[in-house]
Design a protein around this ligand. Sequence first.
Ligand SMILES: Cc1cc2nc3c(=O)[nH]c(=O)nc-3n(C[C@H](O)[C@H](O)[C@H](O)COP(=O)(O)OP(=O)(O)OC[C@H]3O[C@@H](n4cnc5c(N)ncnc54)[C@H](O)[C@@H]3O)c2cc1C
Length: 402
Amino acid sequence: MILHEALETAVVDSCDVLVCGGGIAGISAALAAARLGKRVLLLEKNYLLGGLGTSGLITYYLPLCDGHGHQVSFGIAEELLRLSISQGAEDGYPANWLNNSDPAQRTEQDSRFEVRYNAQLFALLAEQHLLRAGVEILYGTYAVGVNCDDDTIQAVITESKSGRQAIAAATVVDATGDCDIAWFAGAPTAVFRQGNVLAGWYYSVGKSGYTLNVVGYADKPENQKTEADRERTRDWERFCGLSGKELSHVMQWSHELTYTDLMNKRSKDATVVPATLATIPQVRMTRKLVGTYCLDDTEMHTFFEDSIGMVSDWRKRGPIYEVPFSTLYSPTIKNLITAGRCTSVTESMWDIMRVIPCCAVTGQAAGTAAALTSDFTSLNVAILQDHLKKSGVILHEKELTP
Ligand SMILES: Cc1cc2nc3c(=O)[nH]c(=O)nc-3n(C[C@H](O)[C@H](O)[C@H](O)COP(=O)(O)OP(=O)(O)OC[C@H]3O[C@@H](n4cnc5c(N)ncnc54)[C@H](O)[C@@H]3O)c2cc1C
């Protein structure tokens, strides 16, 4: 059965740049656009910034370096890494990177330029950081649709405690992680074919202190994996992460495994209690843009004229990727740009591009571009690149110090 509703939706606000989603990508985009003097609204369905990086308890800021001693991601990617541990790192502090020691002294034996942070502290710090930059944050606001005129988004439809409303914007950054806005607007998107496995990261406190625990089979260290774990976590099940009912089920399943894990721990130390549970589903890859260009994992060490910055491969030392601007937008909707874990990459590149530093790199570029134009298809990329360079971003591998 289909219900037909006659809706009249009030346009309650308008802005230069509307950032949808307040994860790492949205934070980076909003910061970059606000610094160029634009009126930026950031809407976020939860009441905390950081997305998977805070509410999802993913607290490893993966490397900004290539593992051979070269920093490759700069600008806001580095700024947020430093911000995340500005009140103390959770464990190892990569002093060889953070204290600006001599780059020539860094070798592949060194730890990589990565940190672990406290999720809640980072969320609070990120909020203060955005407010200081002049970003207006709308929490509890869900983007549920768009109003499009041919190839341009006029307004994003929202739902919140105030009901259904619309916000008009010159440009829109899709930082929802799930490419929701592009999908609402009818831009070409693709879903993750392999599907996601269950992840259950949570923190506990007890005699051994404040501890990060993982209950998902895939996230356990290889030497701790047992067949019983595999059975218990039904490691063969996959989910797409785009169905409300399925996500609700996944959260309940993750809670059940978390509870069992806690009871096991309490049988050895009765003081153990949960300290923090994830308040959003821990889903890696869902839907992405099919953009003007689609970056593949074979394109490491490739020069792209329209590069907006570089990323490394968190899984191994060596690869460096220049990220083409053309992976952030599609010609279909001219004033829409994506950032974070939903940009245009192949399935095999997705696992590299979805992590925190890469989300900050694409977020900064998307926010900067959104402040410069309302038609990404005709933007003079050299102007965007000039702005990025002025903000400390290095665009091409050949520009790195050997
Ligand atoms: C189990 C797991 C382990 C991981 N491990 C690591 C790791 O060790 N290190 C690492 O760097 N990365 C890791 N990642 C990946 C990384 O955490 C995320 O991919 C990254 O944080 C994504 O950032 P994002 O801003 O693109 O998206 P998200 O963090 O998903 O943020 C999107 C934001 O948009 C909001 N939103 C979504 N839809 C709407 C809507 N329609 N309206 C309004 N708001 C909306 C969400 O609430 C959220 O706050 C892991 C991910 C998972 C799931």
